[in-house]
Design a protein around this ligand. Structure first.
Ligand code: LLP
Length: 436
């Protein structure tokens, strides 16, 4: 997919570069991002809204992969940016991302984080709960400033992959419940505040979603309430943010819709609702993470040891694992892989790819056909662009791998490999008398 292909040497190539050479130049493990594919995905979302004639903002959910280079790329493509912590906001500011296009999410933003958001005058704060409503009011007061907000509501729809559940009341840590009066109460408070300008509502119903039904039902539930509030609170939602969650294909078990189709079906439903209740069409915001960067990322590993459990399994170990991709261990997530240096070979055996961390659960892929991987072969695991580096960790004191952007035959290092010195940089000796 994307710009990846197999070249004449039988090597996997991404962005016009031979992955064997990338591994030699930058070492392994290595995250490689196909920049052209990210641009294509970003433009695809924007184009879809344009074709439908709908005013929209597409915000990249930077939790999927945040780094200065990535944020700069998002800016180059003219998207907005969703941040969920002071750290992600700091990264955006360091990347000089236009502050008016930053949205701040989170169910427990601290006073310091809210102060930071207000100091930089970011575009919008997505208020999640009553505590935050009060805290934000008082922080605005003490800084003598004001802010635009969205209210995050929980419509009682939860969607994962193919299933979605609807309940009268959503058992979720996020947002104001739409059904039990919380959302209305929050809106009443926010509308009365001279410090907050309520742009509209936000909801996010889940991640890695394959069907649109959950989005449509969420929209219907929101519009039912908007219709009530038109009268009772004289409130009209200028903006409706329907979150992210559009699924991608990791393996053949996954059958997502094309991104444009999610958007088109959602817009069609919103337009229906707008007509039904004789409202103005709100500006539609979405905030995809995974579907912008997921399949653009590939992780390259070097194959090392092997262990045979006779008649049961061939374990093939690589030089990374749950420290750079925790998703298989955490979510039983499945991935596809090839031997990047022998990509044309077809005589395969079934092996299981083990990580190098000291725990049995550190398996990247179970039972995958590969052409007899041996030590020093290069394994490419696909679709690691979302929540891979973002959730990487230093378990077993393994340094985090670097990230390289490739495009048009050019490689650009955007995150350096951690060093052993980096690993102990925060450590303090108990042998020092004064150590602070
Ligand atoms: N907006 C909000 C408010 C969210 O909570 C999320 C993801 C997104 C947008 C982006 O969702 P996406 O388009 O990426 O599905 N670590 C998990 C995924 C957690 C997603 C959390 N929220 C994983 O690796 O699958």
């Amino acid at each position: 997919h994307g710009t990846s292909k197999v070249n004449a040497r039988g090597h996997l190539e991404i962005g016009g570069l031979d992955t064997v050479e990338l591994a030699e130049q930058f070492g392994t493990p290595l995250y490689v991002y196909d920049v052209a594919l990210i641009r294509e995905r970003a433009r695809g979302f924007k184009q879809t809204f344009e074709n439908l004639g709908v005013t929209a903002q597409v915000a990249y959910a930077s939790k999927a992969f945040s780094s200065i280079g990535m944020v700069q790329l998002v800016d180059e493509e003219g998207l907005s940016l969703d941040v969920v912590s002071g750290g992600e906001l700091y990264t955006a500011i360091a990347a000089k991302f236009p502050v008016e296009r930053i949205h701040f999410h989170g169910n427990n933003k601290s006073k310091e984080e809210l102060e930071m958001a207000l100091k930089y005058k970011i575009g919008c704060i997505v208020v999640d709960n009553f505590y935050e409503l009060e805290l934000l009011e008082s922080v605005c007061e003490s800084m003598d400033t004001n802010t635009k907000i969205l209210l995050r509501v929980t419509p009682g729809v939860e969607a994962h992959t193919h299933e979605y559940i609807t309940t009268g009341q959503a058992d979720s840590k996020f947002g104001f419940d739409l059904q039990n009066g919380q959302a209305e109460k929050a809106l009443t408070i926010a509308l009365a505040s001279s410090r907050m300008e309520v742009l509209g509502l936000h909801c996010h119903i889940g991640s890695q979603i394959f069907e649109t039904a959950g989005f449509l039902i969420a929209a219907q539930k929101i519009f039912e309430k908007l219709n009530e509030w038109k009268e009772s609170l004289a409130f009209e939602s200028e903006v409706l943010n329907l979150g992210g969650g559009f699924g991608i294909r990791y393996t053949n078990e996954d059958q997502p819709l094309p991104a444009a189709q999610y958007v088109a079906e959602i817009i069609e439903e919103v337009q229906k609702q707008v007509e039904k209740y004789a409202m103005n069409m709100p500006e539609i915001w979405i905030e995809p993470g995974r579907s912008l960067v997921g399949d653009a990322g590939t992780t390259l590993y070097k194959v090392g040891s092997r262990k045979e459990v006779p008649n049961i399994r061939q374990y093939v170990a690589v030089d990374g694992g749950m420290s750079d991709n925790i998703r298989p261990a955490l979510y039983q997530a499945k991935y596809e892989a090839v031997l990047a240096n022998r990509a044309l070979e077809t005589t395969c055996e079934t092996v299981s790819i083990a990580g190098k961390c000291c725990e049995s659960g550190d398996m990247l892929i179970w039972d995958i056909p590969l052409p007899k991987p041996g030590s020093d072969d290069l394994l490419a695991v696909f679709c690691t662009g979302a929540y891979g580096y973002a959730m990487a960790n230093n378990y077993n004191r393994i340094p985090r791998p670097p990230v390289v952007f490739v495009e048009n035959g050019q490689a650009k290092l955007v995150v350096k490999r951690e060093t052993y010195e980096d690993l102990i940089r925060m450590d303090l000796s108990i042998k020092e008398k004064i150590n602070n």
